[in-house]
Design a protein around this ligand. Structure first.
Ligand code: WTA
Length: 657
């Protein structure tokens, strides 16, 4: 530990010891969009709730007005019933029509140092050209389009062009492997894949086209592959199927009719990990989603679009990027930053250089990133002028109070409210978060549900627990951006979210409410891990491991990690004829990276002769978690062979990355 970092730790400890709370600074309240403390109480009633979302819905441009705000037949909601609109029109055309064509939509920064500034008028032109290009390939309303791209401007262009046509997109994060991409293409029977030759990551290139080729070869639905030239690397070319993006858009007119979409038409699919090996295609529809993300983006980030420069550091391939880089911000005519690469590459303060260059006012990132910067220490970015910042956000995993306080003190300069936002791919929009002009903050707490959201914390039996107690989080009232189902699997939708507590939405998170009613999110309570803010299912990693010839059985658990929140811990039983070794552990790790993606590579592999199972043969994950955490083991009498635990504990054959 360097002296700087030691001083920082001391300062943070002092800050937390005081149990300080952080009311909104008076200067912030003066200009805040929301400073009326009654809003939460007002929107708790059905009438106030309806009034709130009616007003939010009326901010959009409708091709045909809606007639009914919402309907609710558990577990299916519809919002803005009867309305017609187009998402790309609401994100682009209406701003240009309002005279905002010259406003910057995105300041884009490439990892190698190239940059582009794109105004709303330019973005609209580009989206129309690409809309025409996709139509020339035969893409029509309802066709599914897979997008597998780096963080370059063509990514939001592709999403918006799909939205303009009414062709639901399925964006697959560029860190996923060919195998994972193939599964997602297959599940939705995508007819087109949009990708790039490669993407930059820490100076190296990610071979996206090569992965896409492999994935397409394993599927049957794809007719066309559109390729953006980014790195200039050599790629295989299939002339009947492949098209360069720049060739396709050349000569296309910069006008394209937007498809009038029903409020409940599918806008996109986004796959996320559940408790089985098969990812779920989360369905988001048109109007409710757009209203939900625009409204939360406005109020939670206290957005002043004329003056703010907003930077969400997530990847567009995850839901945070969909809702809070693309749809919410563009609907609000925001000027945003998109950065292609790793925030600490090539310099540890690369992110701060970018924030200073564009005078960013709002920063939205994940606790893992904050902890990584915290490890470097604040002197790393002392030379960068961050005085433009006025608000900070956190998302993706619980933020520990130390990281919160460090973020507030060293990045926010003790003047910026920190909004810790809890939500999920499924919720589409932020559900629990401070309102920065109203809420008094406590480091580590996401504070209170958003206006109109009703949450509760339950015990096993479904009773609401009293203040000061922990339990399972549930949500009790439909919200506009909520998922409409799992693609092709209504049964699983019902089962996963609505059956644990019948009729109530169960997100799979533990939560505690303190004596003041503040919500403290405690992490997943199911077999889903959260590594660096990425959701990974234990069973998905297990099936990747057992697909390796040397592996007979595998059990995977998440273990707490000071940097990444959780880390992947795997127990592996080898087939006879295979011996534990560091080399084999390395091979297994690579194997998982190939099957899922590098971010899912287990941190630790423990070779074991056996696994603890109940008499019915179920692996006792809780026990394995406790062993991984080296916690007290509790009652193990249901074990088929209690000796197994001791064997595992005494095992020394673990290999750590
Ligand atoms: C976790 C990311 C604590 C949670 C937007 C949730 C959080 C899962 C927070 C969803 C937060 C997200 N505090 N935990 N502020 N935000 N989570 O679908 O466990 O990638 O269920 O969506 O991340 O992950 P997803």
């Amino acid at each position: 530990m360097t002296d700087d970092v030691r001083t920082e730790t001391g300062a943070i400890e002092n800050l937390l010891r005081e149990e300080r709370t952080f009311p909104p600074p008076a200067s912030f309240v003066a200009d805040a969009l929301l400073s009326d403390r009654d809003i939460l109480a007002r929107t708790a009633s059905e009438e106030g709730f309806r009034a709130f979302w009616t007003e939010e819905g009326n901010r959009l441009d409708w091709m045909e007005p809606w007639s009914e705000l919402y309907s609710w037949e558990v577990p299916y909601a519809k919002w803005f019933i009867g309305g017609k609109l187009n998402v790309s029109v609401n994100c682009l055309d209406r701003h240009v029509a309002a005279g905002l064509g010259d406003r910057v939509a995105y300041f884009w920064e490439g990892e190698p140092g190239d940059s582009r500034t794109i105004t709303y008028a330019e973005l609209l032109d580009e989206v129309c050209r690409f809309t025409n290009a996709l139509r020339s390939l035969g893409v029509r309303k309802g066709d599914r389009v897979a997008i597998y791209m780096p963080m370059i401007p063509e990514l939001p262009v592709a999403m918006l062009a799909c939205a303009r046509i009414g062709a639901p997109h399925s964006v697959v994060f560029g860190g996923f492997s060919a195998d994972a991409l193939a599964g997602r293409i297959e599940d939705a029977a995508c007819t087109v894949v949009i990708t790039a030759d490669g993407g930059y990551r820490k100076g190296a290139s990610v071979p996206l086209k090569r992965n896409a080729d492999e994935a397409i070869a394993r599927t049957t639905s794809v007719e066309h592959c559109v390729v953006v030239r980014r790195t200039g690397e050599e790629v295989h070319w299939y002339p009947d199927r492949d098209h360069w993006y720049h060739d396709l858009v050349a000569g296309q007119p910069a006008v394209a009719d937007p498809e009038p979409m029903d409020s409940e038409d599918l806008l996109y699919l986004l796959y996320t990990s559940g408790t089985t090996a098969r990812p779920k295609g989360i369905m988001h529809t048109t109007a409710g989603y757009l209203v939900g993300v625009a409204s939360t983006h406005r109020y939670i980030f206290d957005l002043h679009p004329e003056t703010d420069v907003y930077w969400c550091m997530a990847d567009i391939g995850w839901v945070t990027g969909h809702s809070y880089i693309v749809y919410g911000p563009l609907a609000n005519a925001t000027s945003g930053i998109i950065y292609e690469g790793a925030i600490d590459f090539p310099d540890r303060d690369r992110w701060a250089q970018i924030a200073a260059k564009y005078r960013a006012t709002i920063l939205y990132t994940a606790p893992t990133a904050i902890r990584a910067l915290m490890k470097y220490g604040h002197t790393e970015f002392e030379r960068d002028d961050l005085s433009s910042l006025r608000l900070l956000g956190s998302v993706g995993e619980p933020i520990n109070p130390e990281a919160w306080a460090w973020y507030w003190k060293y990045i926010g300069g003790e003047r910026c409210p920190v909004v810790d936002t809890w939500w999920q791919t499924e919720t589409g929009m932020i559900m629990i978060s401070p309102l920065p002009g109203i809420t008094t903050l406590k480091p580590g707490s996401a504070t209170f549900p958003f206006p109109g959201v009703i949450a509760d914390v339950l015990d096993e039996a479904g009773n609401s627990v009293s203040l000061g107690q922990g339990g399972y989080l549930v949500l009790d009232r439909p919200w506009p951006a909520m998922l409409r189902g799992i693609y092709g699997d209504p049964e699983r939708y019902q089962q996963t979210y609505w059956s644990r507590y019948p009729g109530r939405y169960f997100p799979g998170d533990g939560c505690k409410r303190d004596d003041d009613g503040y919500y403290w999110l405690l992490g997943r309570v199911d077999d889903v891990m959260n590594v660096s803010g990425h959701r990974i299912s234990t069973t998905e990693v297990e099936s990747a491991l057992v697909a390796h010839a040397a592996v007979a059985e595998a059990a995977v658990v998440g273990r707490s990690d000071p940097l990444t929140g959780q880390a992947i811990f795997s127990y592996v039983i080898l087939r006879s004829g295979h011996e534990p070794s560091d080399a084999l552990a390395g091979e297994l790790r690579e194997h998982v990276a190939e099957m899922i993606g590098k971010f899912a590579r287990p941190k630790q592999i423990m070779f074991t002769p056996d696994l603890p199972k109940t008499r019915s043969g179920k692996i006792m994950r809780r026990l394995l978690r406790d062993i991984a955490e080296q916690r007290d083991l509790g009652d193990v009498t249901t074990l088929a062979d209690a000796g197994v635990v001791n064997t595992i504990r005494e095992q020394s054959g673990t290999a750590e990355e």
